[in-house]
Design a protein around this ligand. Sequence first.
Ligand code: FAD
Length: 288
Amino acid sequence: MKISNLFQQKKPVISFEIFPPKITAPVETIYQTLEGLIKLNPDFISVTYGAGGSNRDRTKEIASTIKNRYNVETLAHLTCVGQTVNEIDQILEGLQQENIENILALRGDPPADVQNYDFSDSDFKYASDLVRHIKNKGNTCVAAAAYPEGHAHCRRLNDDLNWLKFKVDQGVDFLITQLYFDNRVFYNFIENARRMNINCPVVAGVMPVLNAKQVKRIISLCGASMPAKLLIIVDKYGENPEDMEKAGLEYASEQVRDLLDSGVDGVHLYTMNKPQQITEILKNVGRA
Ligand code: FAD
């Protein structure tokens, strides 16, 4: 089923993101995670794509398992940076053979070890090129990423919104946001997006903070801002892992509860492959 149709049938759509296990671990290690998450009846589960295409067969394999073994809808992430049109076409064919109808089309980050990476060398320079390519080839449902606080590399929020509008106009069916920690940021973003005639469903991405080290890493990677309330939590409980996890789950539960009360199109939980913690959040908000 195309996820775009789901938004017409229900609101909110509740979904999860998982990542494939490291290449050194057997792929089957993901099954236990999946079984824990599937018990929560998500509307779909997305599977990340390793930076620069590493692990890419695993994304397909796990997305196929979700769809064809567990009968749950899936969204396969796909990045295009550094990949040729032929390579992308091969991947698209592989996904089609597995009956995967939904793709999150991303540019991806430049390789970490290359300074001043030149995107102009790539067949696809931006996610919008990939969106257009997939849409021109057929009937796939295409999602894309959105950044409520602006993409970390974009100098002006307005530029980022303009490029988002351009990307959506290439055929994006729905958007999933980068994580953020203050719902007001999301609501402002939605208002601005709607003003720009970005009218597709927008799913709010929420990541529970489970330890102090993780939150620092996230902030340094994606530039999400820390509201005072979360800063106080990390200051108070950061040294005590058990209390920190408890407070982080409560914080994420509050975020989700407020989003649900506000009638958002969907909530996408970045699960970090931790079904127990996701179960707790959904229990807290009366969804499990
Ligand atoms: P784009 O939409 O192409 O935007 C990238 C930057 O270029 C932005 O600053 C934008 O403003 C600017 N821009 C866009 N179009 C133009 C244009 N035509 N001219 C000039 N500037 C332009 N990464 C992975 O490696 N694997 C994953 O599985 C993965 N999953 C993700 C899931 C979600 C929900 C999100 C939010 C991000 C994910 N990422 C993933 C990270 C993502 O690949 C990076 O954030 C990447 O740097 C940008 O990808 P994008 O698709 O948003 O790029």
